[in-house]
Design a protein around this ligand. Structure first.
Ligand code: HEM
Length: 250
């Protein structure tokens, strides 16, 4: 991704500037004849956030692997090895869906159920409740998580596991019979993602207020003091080590 004003924002401009969605419409895939963006989003809060800030194409369309590596490095201080595999999986999903060899993909392609997407998400409904419900934030589903956390300012491994366990239990009980497919490994990995992003990459202990803004509003919580470089770079090795700790206390 070429260096844009959005990139510069994350590299050190003011918080107010970083909050503005500044991508000029004409320069982007997805700009309509009316000079408006036709925007698509995904089931992943991390990808949606980066698109909302303009570090991925704001349209959510025409995403390359290079875009992903650069957006996660600049926007969230993630090493390339943490997202390389998912970026390849997204390209493969696009190729399967379109019957062509994709070199780019769109965020809404990830809504295909039980592909990369899975059930018992923390922040959106499972796919079988209606089209598009797995790409948009659900206050009701997120409310189930917040009830488990009971206003605790810091989310540790046990609280994070308890939230996921609650969502598994509710999905099991309420999904259309025969629909629900467990996604245990993905759940642990995604938990390690958000605990690392908003806490310590070794110990977890993430700030609930930061996590909450990110899930609910799909933006980075700059005004609450979050910055991309406040902690060490997150690597696949640090994520794997955290997954092992989460499993040990599950
Ligand atoms: C190319 C890179 C990525 C792709 C293709 C991708 C894709 C996805 C998809 C399809 C889901 C939906 C899973 C579900 O049904 O709940 C998801 C969820 C999630 N992703 Fe990503 N993701 C990527 C990178 C990341 C990164 C780097 C983070 C780090 C913060 C992240 C954090 C999450 C979290 C926390 C969820 C769970 C959302 C929930 O349970 O509501 N993702 N991702």
């Amino acid at each position: 991704m070429a260096e844009t004003a959005a990139t510069a924002d994350f590299l050190g401009a003011t918080q107010a500037q970083a909050m503005v969605r500044i991508s000029p419409c004409q320069a982007q895939v997805g700009c309509t004849a009316n000079n408006e963006m036709s925007v698509v989003r995904s089931p992943c809060p991390a990808l949606n956030t980066l698109a909302n800030h303009g570090l991925l194409p704001h349209s959510g369309k025409g995403i390359t692997t290079e875009d992903i590596l650069s957006a996660f490095a600049i926007g969230q201080n993630f090493a390339a090895d943490t997202v390389q595999g998912a970026a390849v999986a997204a390209l493969a999903l696009c190729s399967n869906e379109t019957g062509t060899t994709c070199t780019t993909w769109d965020l809404d392609m990830l809504d295909k159920p039980h592909a990369i997407e899975h059930d018992n998400s923390l922040s959106r409904e499972d796919y079988n409740f209606g089209k598009d419900n797995n790409t948009v934030f659900s206050p009701e589903i997120w409310g189930q998580v917040l009830r488990i956390w009971r206003g605790s300012p810091i989310i540790d491994f046990k609280l994070a596991n308890a939230a996921r366990a609650e969502r598994v239990a509710v999905a099991n009980a309420t999904d259309v019979p025969g629909w629900y497919v467990p996604a245990v490994a993905a759940g642990f990995h995604e938990t390690a993602f958000y605990l690392s992003l908003f806490g310590d990459p070794v110990e977890g202990n993430a700030r609930q207020d930061w996590i909450d803004v990110w899930f609910q509003e799909e933006r980075m919580p700059f005004e609450l003091g979050w910055t991309a470089t406040q902690r060490q770079t997150i690597t696949e090795a640090s994520l794997d080590a955290m997954v092992a700790k989460l499993q040990a206390v599950a």
